[in-house]
Design a protein. Sequence first.
Lengths: 138, 138
Amino acid sequence: MGSNRKKSFSISELAKEFGITTRAIRFYEEKGLLQPERNGQARIYSAADRVKLILILRGKRLGLSLEESRDIIEMYAPDQDNSHQLQKLIDKIRDKREQLKEQLNDLKTMMQELEEAEARCLEALAYSSAKPSKTASR
Amino acid sequence: MGSNRKKSFSISELAKEFGITTRAIRFYEEKGLLQPERNGQARIYSAADRVKLILILRGKRLGLSLEESRDIIEMYAPDQDNSHQLQKLIDKIRDKREQLKEQLNDLKTMMQELEEAEARCLEALAYSSAKPSKTASR
DNA sequence: GCTACCGTTGACGTTAACGTTAACCTCATC
DNA sequence: GATGAGGTTAACGTTAACGTCAACGGTAGC
């Protein structure tokens, strides 16, 4: 482990680490997903900001919109203003977990079907190589 | 049981069944995901077309693009032209399965973290209702 | 023949999530 | 003091995935 224990990061450091552009990172800020400190003009990202970025990118891999990712980030760290709405937050978390459960089912189904498709292909391949009819086998 | 055993469907039937618009269905055709028969001008969708629609919508729930869904649909039913490229197809299927595996991991992690977040919220809720300090509990 | 309903083909509008370009600042270095 | 490597804001461009008209065609019922 190495550079993970840093306390702050520049925008290009993060961009390079996660393989995205600085433009994207600024865009996430524009959309309220990040609120980095400033050193004069320049942005300074904390370790917490970096974690938020990780959450954002994971969200993207799962097909979440930035707004959904923002919601989820807020679920992790309810701020003081909202913490009296704890019950609402809990409901939101449960909703999202339900959605993820359905997504999980979709995912498993699709994986299984692809597995079957692969099996069929392998079979067809074995068959065609055993009995090369039209396309000559060189 | 019921209307699933039909052999053909109108565009509005499918739209209603899946809660999407006819415009969307025509768009999928425009993008090469569907190729319904015609009765004069009108489109007629077969049971197979309906299945493809199901795959498309599942793909969307998983965050796939229409192009990715089209690829996957082709994986299920390799056409004659491509069947001599069976090995390539198998590779594509394996790639996609690898992607889905990673997505599965992301999903599980996120679910687990949300579970923990929920637990923390519940704890905070119990604590604040045992000791109502600022916000009165009415 | 008129109306209602379902379908069609354009064609333009919209939103999300950035990409791209321009014009500028700031600091270190040659 | 010119140059280069990073950073900034502002503004327009782009792509995917449709939404939203507009204008029109077939047919079933009155």
